[in-house]
Design a protein around this ligand. Structure first.
Ligand code: BG6
Length: 484
């Protein structure tokens, strides 16, 4: 990391995201020595009038996740919390932001007047409705003004709008205040270990290069399941639904990395150029290639309207109109309150032509990348059943991270992404044109759901979701394999 003072300002400091994700990620970076106490100042900003100490107490319980914190952990927590100061103010008035600027500047000056630049990272752990005013206030009152250089960057979280028009409007408002290289749009799926591994897998392995296309691949599934409902977040969720919450961003980003062409280099702009091309090649979604669901009991939440039409489950088929993928369905599936918690990519290969073993009914070759829980990748393949008979059986080549990389701690998505924002690496962040292309794909479908033209089917909490979703998979050619 460069020299100089680094100020990290978490706006919305007492909210859920800040407590559960942002501060714990900062703490982990601090513990590992990425945020050196001599150079970093952390500020919380929010409307509530509380003291530094009160903010620290609110955060403390979230920093060490496992109960049995060691004495070293306790010491680290105490030292980390001492770095945090709190400033209260509104999100649209200059007073609070002037005060914030003064606090930041005083700390920069007291410790680093002659040593280096001033770097200011504003993390907006806030609802998007206040992004424009907060960005304006930062732009007017809180920018880095050091003669010795440095930067000001902002980090924003989804939802970036609700459809194409609102997202474009938001982008325009922020774009008038900050340049694209200053804006970091987080999609935390891009910070997951196995998502980051996709480029390496695809482009550093001879195995995959000749197979990764319509000649060999029958279909690709990208699946997100959660085994809990919208508990405590019903109000937010009902406004957005599963497509805006998971599919339009997290699953679509994964699709881009699975489907994109090889970038000309690893430069963030080259990678993002290729992702945009994939998104722009996605065809309009067909009505008969969508299944929506809503789990029974969803509307019991007092913050959810009784007759809500919001889907908590959806399977959507995307079709990429290009030379590599024509005819290959990309099945995006996400659901809350299902029977398990899992996120995975499942690439199913076509049948072997001229099958002399008659082993087709055992299933097809599949390459599965499990993003969570228990990161793993495995290839399902047909082998000879050990023994005297010439029988075949489905088996797997298995790379489970827990076994292969014992003792290696896999960093949390937010940890890496925050480090990237400090380092100025935008590879794992969503560019403005990517965002636009992503909304273009889903906006017509979302409008039809919002208008009540398409209705979710009921499903039992703890089930696989509506049976119609499995039927759709079969219709587009997914062959259920056995043993998994
Ligand atoms: C968030 C969604 O973006 O991702 C949540 O808003 C969801 O609804 C969460 O639970 C899932 O993240 P992860 O990392 O637990 O898969």
């Amino acid at each position: 990391l460069e020299n100089g003072s680094l100020s990290i300002i978490v706006l919305g400091a007492s909210g859920d995201l800040a407590k559960k994700k942002t501060f714990p990620a900062l703490f982990n970076l601090y513990k590992q020595g990425f945020l050196l106490p001599e150079e970093v100042h952390i500020f919380g900003y929010a409307r509530t009038k509380i003291s530094d100490e009160e903010l620290r107490n609110r955060i403390r319980g979230y920093l060490v996740r496992n109960k049995g914190a060691s004495p070293k952990d306790v010491e680290d927590v105490t030292n980390f919390l001492q770095l945090i100061k709190y400033v209260s103010g509104s999100y649209d008035g200059e007073e609070g932001f002037r005060l914030l600027d003064k606090e930041i500047s005083d700390n920069e000056i007291s410790k680093h007047s002659a040593e280096g630049s001033s770097r200011r990272l504003f993390y907006l752990a806030l609802p998007p409705s206040v992004y424009p005013s907060v960005c304006r206030m930062i732009r007017h009152y809180c920018m880095n003004r050091s003669d010795l250089g440095g930067w000001t960057r902002i980090v924003v979280e989804k939802p970036f709008g609700k459809d194409l028009d609102s997202a474009e409007q938001l982008s325009k408002q922020i774009g008038e205040l900050f340049e694209e290289p200053q804006i970091y749009r987080i999609d935390h799926y891009l910070g997951k270990e196995l998502v980051q591994n996709l480029l390496v897998l695809r482009f550093a392995n001879r195995f995959f290069l000749p197979l990764w296309n319509r000649d060999n691949i029958a279909n690709v599934q990208i699946v997100f399941r959660e085994d809990f409902g919208t508990e405590g977040r019903g109000g937010y969720f009902d406004e957005y639904g599963i497509i805006r919450d998971i599919i339009q961003n997290h699953l679509l980003q994964v699709l881009c990395l699975v489907a994109m062409e090889k970038p000309i280099s690893l430069k963030p702009e080259h990678i993002r150029d290729e992702k945009v091309k994939v998104l722009q090649s996605v065809m309009p979604i067909e009505d008969d290639e969508v299944v929506l669901g809503q789990y029974d009991g969803y509307t019991d939440d007092p913050t959810v309207p009784d007759h809500s039409n919001t889907p908590t489950f959806s399977t959507v088929i995307l079709r990429i109109h290009n030379e590599r993928w024509e005819g290959v369905p990309f099945i995006l599936k996400a659901g809350k309150a299902l029977n398990s918690r899992k996120a995975e990519i499942r690439v199913q290969f076509k049948d072997v032509p001229g099958d002399i073993f008659k082993c087709k009914k055992q299933g097809r070759n599949e390459f599965v990348i499990r993003l969570q829980p228990s990161e793993a990748m495995y290839m399902k393949l047909t082998v000879k059943q050990p023994g005297l008979e010439m029988a075949t059986v489905q088996s797997e080549l298995d790379l489970s991270y827990g076994q292969r990389y014992q003792g290696v701690t896999i960093p949390e998505a937010y940890e890496r992404l925050i480090l990237d924002t400090i380092r100025g690496d935008q590879q794992h962040f969503v560019r403005r044109d990517e965002l636009k292309a992503a909304w273009e794909i889903f906006t017509p479908l979302l409008h039809r759901i919002d208008n009540g033209e398409l209705k979710p089917l009921p499903y039992q909490p703890g089930s696989r979701g509506p049976a119609e979703a499995d039927a759709l998979l079969e219709k587009v050619g997914y062959v259920q394999t056995h043993g998994y």
